[in-house]
Design a protein around this ligand. Structure first.
Ligand code: FPP
Length: 278
């Protein structure tokens, strides 16, 4: 097993059982992995060593999500904006991706993980595209966790592509303008068929979405942690899920509507009481 990541040990099993017993495990977790550069800088090392250590975190979180029964995990591995970084860093990141795909695919496969990619894949170097194709092909029939790599991805890119597709369909007479609904747009996003994230984790304390899944995060719960990504391991994931379980997701409704334990009659009585007074 590679350093820094591990399979579940007995204390993990206990913690995972406790989380499952305490509430719902998020079906889809999305992660903005931030802070690799700062992690390296604090140690006086080159930025790439932060990214290398970041791969260890990805591995640990993928293992833990699989064990917990999370269905989808989307990681923001390279944004459209990241192309503007110094050329050296972009090349090293691409090489790291190729290496990670080469090193990890067998393990992903034996853990029943299915790999997918979202983003402008055509913009990636041929070697990365080849590695992705091979890993996706090999893991396509797996039925466990779906690991979705967001690569050369941005939310605006995704929305623009979907809108272009809608425009094409209208121009070709396949769709009436009235057919442009939320569902029609969602079906043309790169995440079509994948439920929206329940939980978004962002490391390194920044309070931004950074052009990630702009449409898909509409009702997602956010967990922002000061931990830098290379320090974010399964213990931090357990904490994030525990915090998620303490939240109440109302989707624009009021608390009593989303708490089945409190019944509709009780809701109406309490609503009237809140209007008329005790
Ligand atoms: C942000 O940290 C991180 C990235 C831009 C790249 C993330 C990539 C990895 C973790 C490695 C490859 C991933 C996979 C899925 C194999 P930053 O460089 O912006 O950090 P900083 O804000 O401290 O400078």
């Amino acid at each position: 097993m590679a350093k820094g990541s591990r399979q579940a040990i007995p204390s993990d099993r206990r913690r995972q059982d406790a989380l499952r017993g305490a509430g719902e495990i998020p079906r889809h977790i999305a992660i903005i992995m931030d802070g690799n550069g700062r992690w390296a800088k604090r140690r006086g090392r080159p930025r790439i060593s932060g990214h290398t250590e970041g791969v260890e975190s990805v591995r640990d979180i993928v293992n833990a999500c699989g064990e917990l029964g999370v269905r989808y995990l989307t990681v923001y591995a390279f944004s459209t904006e990241n192309w503007k970084r110094p050329q050296d860093e972009v090349s090293l990141l691409m090489r790291l991706l190729v290496k990670a795909l080469r090193d990890e695919t067998d393990r992903l496969h034996s853990n029943n993980v299915c790999l997918r990619v979202i983003g402008d894949v055509q913009a990636l170097p041929a070697e990365v595209q080849g590695g992705l194709r091979e890993s996706i092909r090999k893991t396509a029939a797996n039925t466990g966790l779906m690991l979705i790599l967001a690569l050369s991805y941005s939310g605006r890119w995704d929305l623009t592509e979907a809108m272009r597709q809608l425009a094409r369909d209208i121009a070709a007479g396949r769709l009436a303008p009235e057919g442009v609904t939320e569902e029609a747009l969602a079906a043309r996003l790169s995440t079509a068929g994948i439920p929206d994230p329940d939980l978004l984790i962002r490391t390194s304390g920044e309070l931004r979405i950074s052009n990630f899944l702009l449409w898909q995060l509409a009702y997602t719960e956010f967990h922002i942690t000061p931990k830098l990504w290379p320090d974010f391991r399964r213990e931090e994931l357990y904490e994030a899920i525990a915090e998620y379980q303490r939240r109440e997701r109302r989707f624009g409704m009021v608390s009593d509507q989303v708490r089945p334990d409190r019944g509709r009659k009780g809701y109406v009585r309490r609503l009237l009481k809140s209007v008329t007074g005790p």
